[in-house]
Structure formats: structure tokens, C-alpha cells
Design a protein around this ligand. Structure first.
Ligand code: IPD
Ligand code: CA
Ligand code: CA
Length: 283
């Protein structure tokens, strides 16, 4: 059959996961090669909120790959979405009903990247009419590739992941994060109350890796207040597909507009939500 020269080549929708894996691994390797070698360090909302030319270059690399393979798809990337909570929420609103939208955090854990602390990753999700159907997270330092497709399970390097089995908070290892835009009071409120009730609390400085680690059963739960769609979309699917539970702090099911996340192995979800509510986090 003659090929129509005017039609762009478009891979089948089933291959979006392949494009996401390719983009995350290629970009991740490039980011790794730039550790200790970034040239521009700019401040976004505060000195705790950083961006480098590597973040921007990584987003460009991913955008170009998406445009090549899936030219009709929408693209929501952190470095082109506008700065601040309101701009982020508006950017999500603009694409949430799109047929297909790629939701991309080119480097999740930029502060770690800048300091050479080896926990950062590329996070790529694809949503179909608002529902996340592909989630890929690549950690180039540890060469860990986390992949989930809606209804097909979640995998780390091809091995099926299952969230942990711990049934109570007191046998659980949990994580939280401290986003620059959230007040110190909100960030620490629940932390001081929960510390004596769990085995330990961790913060590796990457929302996406925390979610991947819940999916992998390495931690039992993770909560954080004041995040954006690109921090969460891929990881939320990994958790759901590994048998875990993902909601907002009010216990509503996760969707791409959620900013206050609670993700867990499922067994401790209600206990954790109750604990967060007791500490005044409920919306
Ligand atoms: C940040 C990381 C961090 C979280 C911040 C995020 P960035 O993302 O996920 O763990 O606490 O809220 O903004 O800025 O490195 O992409
Ligand atoms: Ca991020
Ligand atoms: Ca980022």
C-alpha cells in the first residue's frame, strides 16, 4: 500500500508506554551525566525552589520525543507550566479533559540533583481524558525503571511490584516531603504527631520516588501537602497498580488535580488518614 506522504507517522496508542520508557531512560542518562556540571542555577519561588538548564533541557528532550511519536497529544511539563500553585492548577485545568496528555516532571528532586544527593528521577505519565493510563519513573543513579500501565500491573525492571503487607502504622515505615510552597506549620503538623507511632519517617526529596517506593513495598505510605500533577501522576498509577491506595488527604480518590496526596499499601490507609485528620490535615 502507498504511504500517504502528508500524514505524520503516529505509533499506535498501545505504544505510548514504549515512548515514555524511551524518553525517560534517554533523558535520565543525560541528566546523570550532568550531575556536578550544571551551569545555571535559578530560583523559582524561593531559595528552596530551584531550576537549572538541565531541568529545562530535559523537558525539551522529552517534549521533542512526544511530538515525534504522538504529535496530536497535549503536553504538560513543569518547566513550561508557569510558576506557583495557581499557574500550576490552571495548567492542569487546561488539559484535564484532553484526549491524551503527557504529564512530565523532567527532574523530580532538583535540589538533590544540584547537591549530588543521589535521589532524583524523570517522571512521565500519560492521561486519557483525565485518567492516568501510563506511568514511568526512571532513577538514573540506581538504574531503576518503574513502569505501570492501567490494568496491567506495575513493574520495576520487568519484575511485578506489590505494595507492602504491614497492617498497622506501628509496624510501618512511612515518608513525607517538605515542599517549598507549603508553610512550615503545615509541613510539620502531622510529622511530630506521627513520629512516635510508626517505625520511622523518611524524606528522600523526590515525590515520584516516594510513590515508586510505596509501589515497590519499600515504604508503607507517603503523604505530602502542596504538590502538582507532574510530581504525582506517574507514581500514583504505580501505587494503584501495585495494590496500594492513593487518595487526597480528605480520602477522595486520586485524580490529576490532587495536590495533597496520601498513598499507602492500602492496609494502613484509613489509620493514616485518621492520624492526619487528628493532626489537623483534612483538606
Ligand atoms: C519536588 C520534590 C520534593 C517535594 C517538592 C517537589 P522538584 O519536586 O518532589 O520531594 O517535596 O514539593 O516540588 O521541584 O524537584 O521537581
Ligand atoms: Ca517535582
Ligand atoms: Ca522538577
Amino acid at each position: 500500500m502507498e504511504k500517504d506522504q502528508k500524514q505524520p507517522y503516529v505509533v499506535s496508542s498501545k505504544s505510548r508506554v514504549a515512548v515514555a520508557i524511551n524518553a525517560a531512560s534517554k533523558t535520565g542518562e543525560w541528566i546523570k551525566s550532568k550531575v556536578g556540571d550544571h551551569r545555571q542555577l535559578n530560583i523559582k519561588t524561593s531559595s528552596q525552589d530551584l531550576v537549572t538548564e538541565v531541568d529545562k533541557g530535559a523537558e525539551q528532550m522529552i517534549r521533542k520525543l512526544v511530538q515525534t511519536y504522538c504529535p496530536g497529544d497535549e503536553f504538560l511539563g513543569e518547566e513550561s507550566a508557569g510558576i506557583g500553585a495557581e499557574a500550576s492548577a490552571n495548567a492542569v485545568d487546561a488539559v484535564k479533559d484532553a484526549e491524551y496528555v503527557w504529564i512530565v516532571d523532567p527532574i523530580d528532586g532538583t535540589t538533590n540533583f544540584v547537591h549530588g544527593f543521589p535521589y532524583f528521577c524523570v517522571s512521565i505519565a500519560v492521561a486519557h481524558k483525565g485518567e492516568v493510563i501510563v506511568g514511568v519513573i526512571y532513577d538514573p543513579t540506581h538504574d531503576e525503571l518503574f513502569v505501570a500501565e492501567k490494568g496491567k500491573g506495575a513493574y520495576v525492571h520487568g519484575n511485578l511490584m506489590k505494595s507492602a503487607d504491614h497492617a498497622t502504622l506501628n509496624e510501618s515505615l512511612v515518608a513525607t516531603g517538605f515542599p517549598p510552597s507549603t508553610s512550615v506549620e503545615l509541613k510539620t503538623k502531622a510529622l511530630t504527631d506521627i513520629l512516635p507511632k510508626v517505625r520511622g519517617v523518611r524524606n528522600v526529596g523526590s515525590a515520584a520516588l516516594h510513590l515508586a517506593y510505596v509501589a515497590a513495598g519499600r515504604i508503607d505510605a507517603y503523604w505530602e501537602i502542596g504538590l502538582n500533577a507532574w510530581d504525582l501522576a506517574a507514581g500514583a498509577l504505580l501505587v494503584a497498580e501495585s495494590g496500594g491506595t492513593v487518595t487526597d488527604v480528605a480520602n477522595n480518590p486520586y485524580d490529576i488535580t490532587v495536590r495533597n496526596i496520601v498513598a499507602s499499601n492500602g492496609h494502613i490507609h484509613n489509620e493514616l488518614i485518621q492520624q492526619l485528620h487528628n493532626s489537623g490535615l483534612n483538606a
